[in-house]
Design a protein around this ligand. Structure first.
Ligand SMILES: Nc1nc2c(ncn2[C@@H]2O[C@H](COP(=O)(O)OP(=O)(O)OP(=O)(O)O)[C@@H](O)[C@H]2O)c(=O)[nH]1
Ligand SMILES: [Mg+2]
Length: 245
């Protein structure tokens, strides 16, 4: 098993809405790689909170369902009181493999990046369902164009951040366009962004109607692209970190 440097303090953040079936195993597995796991329980109506606590996570509860962007903002604000070297954000539904935290935090820990995106497109893109690939490419184009940061998977929820960037991350987006907004912020402020390959697990049907969901995210992303454009053209690169799998 690859491990994160034992000197490094990495904190994991997992936004959750009704993830009682998966959060226990995800949080437990994640704790093998990081010092703390913070679960933001966004008004779940199931046992997400209890399961996360049982696994050893710290849980921040929202009073109702405020959205994924709002959950990340709660976590980032909460982090201000901590000392840490990197923050990693991953999904609580089991689509992200916690073992990949090692390569996702590496560029932040060695100082070569402020935001690292886990990209589904660098390796194994054939595993992404076709209809999603099309939607993701449209969102990529608009997000990349608006942020002036050219990456292959702007919508990935698996990513890490430096403390410097977290301190400057003022998110306004409450919902699922938050990934794009973070890229716009990084672009506008000239932070360095890199990508590493990840393997997302797709099982079962998408939870939301892909067309409706994709269009609503696109509307928000267009808004950010037009009203908050990036300024830098040189703060991105792709890295292929080898995996021990
Ligand atoms: N805080 C918060 N988190 C949410 C909300 N909806 C989903 N999430 C979490 O955000 C992560 C990604 O959400 P998903 O619904 O799985 O989105 P997705 O992976 O794009 O869609 P699927 O492929 O259908 O799973 C998961 O950890 C969810 O629990 C929400 O309303 N609030
Ligand atoms: Mg999911």
């Amino acid at each position: 098993m690859q491990t994160v440097s034992t000197q490094a303090k990495v904190i994991a953040v997992i936004p959750c809405y009704n993830e009682q079936t998966s959060i226990h195993s995800i949080a437990k597995e994640t704790l093998k790689y990081v010092k703390n796991v913070i679960v933001i329980n966004d008004g779940s109506m199931d046992k997400t909170e209890e399961e996360a606590i049982k696994a050893g996570a710290l849980v921040l509860n929202h009073p109702g369902n405020l959205g994924k962007g709002a959950a990340l903002m709660t976590a980032f604000n909460y982090l201000h009181q901590f000392e840490y070297d990197a923050v990693v954000v991953l999904d609580g539904d089991g689509q992200h493999d916690p073992a990949e935290i090692v390569q996702i935090v590496e560029p932040v820990l060695n100082g070569t990046a402020d935001m690292v995106i886990g990209s589904r497109f660098l390796e194994g893109a054939h595993k992404i369902p076709f209809y999603r690939k099309i939607g993701l490419q449209v969102l990529n184009y608009v997000t990349n164009w608006g942020s002036r940061i050219w990456i292959s998977d702007s919508q990935s929820g698996y990513r890490s951040f430096s403390k410097k960037l977290i301190n400057e991350m003022e998110i306004h987006e409450k919902g699922f366009s938050v990934e794009s907004e973070m890229q716009f912020i990084a672009g506008r402020k000239g932070f360095k962004v890199v990508e590493v390959p990840i393997s997302t697990i797709y099982k079962g049907k998408a939870k939301r109607n892909p067309l409706f969901h994709g269009c609503s995210v696109l509307m928000r992303v267009l808004y950010y692209a037009i009203f908050t454009p990036g300024i830098s053209t040189s703060n991105t690169s792709k890295t292929s970190v080898s995996r021990d799998k």
